[in-house]
Design a protein around this ligand. Structure first.
Ligand code: C2E
Ligand code: CA
Ligand code: CA
Length: 617
């Protein structure tokens, strides 16, 4: 048993026990003095003082946050000796006084013994190894004493004492069981029976304390199941729970006794290794262990007639005496795990300095992004879109951020960060507002475009005030004609979310007059059946396909298929990232409607766009 609460409980009782012994102890000296046995009482009190000093030292030595688990074990052994000792002294005073029948001191002795037994059963209740021996130690002398009186009332008192001992043990045992249950629940995850986060954190803290002393090292693995949410969403939480249980069972069987396994919550598990003396050995062990673990976890799961294949992303972090911050160990393993997810899941990443720097950089970007928004450092650029005959039909609005500290920061970077922090709602709204303003201005100046495309991020799309915000801006800036030229570009990754909700939001946008384009088409999960059910107007063939025209036959087939599909569903199609004449040729040959890319133009500033395309109109 290695529980904080358990040791802390026993720790607290030391002072109480010392108080209860030294305080009333004085009365025993007084009684001894009055009845002529003061020398015995003084010897006894002196022993009690010695024992109390020992107890006090144990009390002050104890610090759960800085002691290693080995140190705590040693402390606990001494503590047990202290408790045995102090109760033994109470037996001693009983033995001293129980023969003093003439001065009636034997009554005091009997009461002392019963009282001490009650105290023992209360104070030591959290530890079976303590309260059972101590209760026996206190009560057996009393039982014998009564039996030795030799008369019928002596035998009856002896039997009563025996019953009393039984009651005390029974009640202590019942409380003990309740406490155990409580401890168990406080430390375990109910679903899987593994340890919980709280326990793991304290375990790690103590392991780390130990490593600081022994100069050893260890590692932790943070495991997150890949796409667990889709199991929950598609097969229900009942199946989800069973999956978690099976995964937990597999991990625990794989780990055996050498590792400690806990569930952090959701589909996240964490493992702490045993201790190693040598860092190189520890590192090698961490890698081979996590590779084998991942392989084992990926074997199919048979749950309620479903055969499920589940992979996981694992973040590894080392713990050594050089890095003493416990809370960061888990956080860093988490960062490594996220990196494994970002690199395509189903993999193992070890936390390193580069990752730490990346996180720092992201935090800094996050901070600067707030300032950039306030100071309007983020500008809009416009990349023209062309028709078959080379005429400008529309444009896509793209954000540009030149930060004073880092220079140009690509939108792929800061948009992702804004998404994570939620800042995208504000940023996205201001992009829409600025874009609408520009579109209205251009239209007023006579630069008439067929369409005007704005990128919308996932989090923005699903935000509960999205439609309301868009409507306010539409009403403020756009007339009937203009609002029917607005296109919102959404990426395919959208489709992993609740389908009905997506359709509802899209329909509301359509009611406002706004068209919908499926961006980066072909890279994600879209299927024909999805497309048919969504009220979309346009597909954008992803740059990755266009860039391999002339190089990869399969990409060419993909483009042809997308174009044919768009035809069937009567969708407009824009090829993005057209960089060469050859690509353009291939696309026109296959009946593509619109083109966007460096072959025609890079994204331009507002004034540059005006300058170039006013002259053409
Ligand atoms: P996207 O929507 O796929 O935008 C097209 C990206 O391709 C743009 O990169 C554009 O500059 C680039 N591009 C266009 N033609 C060519 C070409 O011929 N060759 C090459 N190599 N690249 C070309 P950019 O501006 O860096 O934007 C990257 C992504 O950032 C965008 O991808 C979009 O997903 C996101 N993004 C940009 N602005 C916004 C915004 O205002 N809101 C949201 N939510 N996302 C935005
Ligand atoms: Ca786009
Ligand atoms: Ca795109």
């Amino acid at each position: 048993m290695n529980q904080h609460a358990f040791y802390e409980f026993l720790h607290k009782q030391i002072v109480l026990m010392i108080g209860l012994s030294l305080g009333p102890g004085i009365a025993y000296i007084l009684l001894g003095w009055m009845n002529g046995v003061v020398d015995k009482a003084l010897v006894w009190y002196f022993l009690m003082l010695l024992c109390s000093v020992l107890g006090w030292r144990l009390y002050t030595q104890f610090n759960i946050h800085t002691m290693s688990s080995d140190a705590i074990q040693k402390w606990y052994l001494k503590l047990r000796l202290f408790y045995y000792g102090i109760f033994l002294l109470w037996v001693l005073i009983f033995i001293f006084y129980c023969n003093e029948t003439e001065s009636n001191l034997h009554y005091i002795a009997i009461f002392t013994e019963i009282g001490a037994a009650v105290v023992a059963s209360t104070l030591l209740v959290s530890d079976k190894k303590l309260f059972i021996p101590v209760l026996l130690l206190m009560m057996i002398p009393l039982i014998i004493y009564f039996a030795l009186i030799g008369s019928w009332y002596g035998y009856i008192l002896s039997i009563f004492s025996l019953i009393f001992l039984g009651v005390l043990i029974y009640s202590s045992q019942t409380t003990y069981n309740l406490l155990q249950e409580n401890y168990y629940q406080a430390q375990h995850d109910i679903l899987t029976g593994l340890f919980n986060r709280r326990y793991f954190v304290s375990y790690l803290e103590q392991m780390n304390n130990g490593l600081q002393i022994t100069k050893g090292c260890a590692y932790i693995l943070l495991i997150d199941l890949d796409h667990f949410k889709s199991i929950n969403d598609s097969l229900g939480h009942g199946v989800g729970d069973k999956v978690l249980k099976s995964v937990a069972k597999r991990i625990i069987e794989f780990c055996g006794d050498s590792h400690l396994v806990a569930r952090l919550g959701g589909d996240e598990f964490i493992i702490a290794s045993e201790k190693f003396d040598d860092m190189t050995y520890c590192k090698n062990n961490a890698i081979s262990f996590s590779e084998n673990l991942l392989e084992m976890m990926k074997k199919p799961y048979e749950i309620e007639n479903h055969r499920l294949y589940i992979s996981a992303s694992i973040g590894v972090n080392y713990i050594s005496h050089k890095l003493p911050q416990t809370k960061d160990f888990i956080k860093e393993a988490d960062i490594a795990m996220y990196e494994a997810k970002a690199q395509g899941r189903d993999g193992i990443i070890i936390f390193n300095d580069m990752l730490a720097k990346k996180v720092e950089y992201h935090l800094e970007i996050e901070r600067l992004l707030y300032i950039a928004m306030e100071e309007r450092e983020i500008e809009l650029y416009f990349q023209p879109q062309f028709g078959k005959d080379g005429q400008v039909l529309g444009c896509e609005v793209l954000t540009r951020w030149y930060s004073a500290k880092f220079g140009y920061i690509p939108p792929s970077e800061f948009i992702a960060i804004a998404e994570k922090t939620g800042l995208i709602i504000e940023l996205g709204n201001s992009v829409i507002e600025e874009a609408f303003k520009t579109f209205m201005l251009w239209h007023g100046k006579g630069l008439k475009l067929e369409q005007f495309s704005i990128n919308i991020s996932l989090r923005q799309f699903f935000h509960n005030t999205f439609i309301e915000d868009v409507k306010t801006l539409v009403d403020k800036y756009l007339d009937y004609e203009l609002k029917h030229k607005i296109v919102f570009e959404l990426t395919e990754t959208l489709l992993v979310k609740d389908f009905n909700r997506i359709v509802d939001i899209m329909k509301e946008l359509k009611n406002l007059g706004i068209s919908i384009s499926m961006d980066d088409f072909g890279t994600g999960y879209s299927s024909l059946s999805y497309l048919r059910q969504l009220p979309i107007d346009e597909l954008k063939i992803d740059r990755s396909f266009v860039s391999r025209i002339g190089e990869s036959a399969s990409d060419e087939v993909m483009i042809k298929t997308i174009l044919a599909m768009a035809n069937i569903f009567n969708l407009k199609i824009v090829a993005e990232g057209v960089e060469t004449k050859e690509q353009y040729q291939f696309l026109t040959d296959n009946h593509c409607d619109m083109f966007q890319g460096y072959y025609f133009s890079k994204p331009l500033t507002e004034s540059k766009f005006e300058e170039v395309y006013f002259s053409l109109k």
